[in-house]
Design a protein around this ligand. Structure first.
Ligand SMILES: [Zn+2]
Length: 306
């Protein structure tokens, strides 16, 4: 069976935790899904109109997390870390059931999702993968923040930079080749915030479930968590994780080069909308092994995990 065929997970698996912003306890179960389903969220705490497709056009808020809303106004929040895990692991089809409005934050990274999905394994279908290939350079700018999508031959590269006037240890840049590099440092990197922003977020009704168990908190140059950094680029690596999850809302994995400076959920979402708003900017192609260089298939993690 082709290693480039669509995948789902082998069996259902449950996660329990707390929503970062809602502060609500949540049970989330991932179920295998048929080819060409994509990733679908289902709110089991609601009876009607409770499915929400993982589409960039369903993003209704991307200020502090990525929130999706369906045509009936039903929402699901903080989808980005799970989406990043699914994109990196090559899961094309999945039903995500949850009994609350927000996914569990776990430890603030995608580590638990990746570890458990890798543990239970994958089912490979007989349907080929589709990918989005970028044909034209597209940029989105918001003041000093920007994201650029450019063509790339065969892989997805994300080059991300963060700059903080308030805290220079947060100034970091890293680049990852998503289909060829080891992504462990990306998956393991936790979300972060400045100590002085914690009260502000809580007053806004956000971060109600936030704690040192699920976010790195910085006071000046000091990390308040007992667990110090998991890798030397953890801050920017988390931004790469967010970016990967947010662009998977395009519906398929992508081939291209993404460069972003000081961006985040909103910049990524606006840039992706811009990219997908014109058919000349991209093509959706079915991946056939005969079209892919041998060297890529050898290194491709899609192959090793199939
Ligand atoms: Zn994040």
């Amino acid at each position: 069976m082709s290693v480039l065929n669509q995948k789902t997970i082998k069996k259902s698996v449950k996660f329990e935790g707390i929503g970062l912003h809602s502060g609500k306890e949540v049970e989330m179960t991932l179920h295998p899904a048929q080819p060409n389903t994509g990733v679908i969220f289902k709110r089991t705490d609601l009876r009607n109109n409770n499915t929400i497709c993982s589409s960039v056009f369903n993003v209704s808020n991307a200020s502090y997390c990525t929130k999706l809303t369906n045509e009936s106004g039903v929402t699901v929040s903080t989808v980005e870390h799970l989406m990043a895990a699914l994109c990196g692991l090559g899961i094309d089809n999945l039903l995500v059931e949850l009994n609350s409005e927000e996914l569990p934050i776990m430890d603030g990274s995608a580590k638990n999702f990746v570890d458990i999905i890798e543990d239970i394994g994958f089912n490979v279908s007989d349907q080929p993968i589709r990918i989005i290939k970028i044909n034209k350079k597209v940029s989105y700018l918001d003041g000093e923040k920007f994201i650029t999508f450019e063509p790339n031959k065969i892989t997805l590269e994300i080059d991300f930079e963060i700059k903080y006037k308030q805290n220079s240890i947060l100034n970091q840049r890293n680049k990852k080749n998503i289909y060829m590099d080891e992504l462990r440092d990306i998956y393991n990197s936790r979300t972060f915030c400045l100590f002085e922003d914690v009260e502000k977020l809580k007053k806004m009704g956000l971060a109600q479930g936030g704690s040192l168990d699920n976010a790195i908190v910085l006071k000046g140059n000091e990390i308040l968590n007992d667990e110090k950094l998991r890798n030397s680029n953890e801050f920017v690596n988390h931004k790469i994780l967010d970016c990967l999850g947010d662009i998977y809302l395009a519906g398929y994995r992508m081939v291209g080069k993404i460069t972003s400076s000081q961006g985040g959920h909103n910049v990524t979402n606006q840039g992706l909308r811009e990219l997908l708003s014109n058919n000349e900017n991209f093509s959706i192609i079915e991946l056939k092994e005969k079209n892919i260089p041998h060297s890529f298939l050898i290194k491709n993690p899609l192959k090793s995990s199939a």
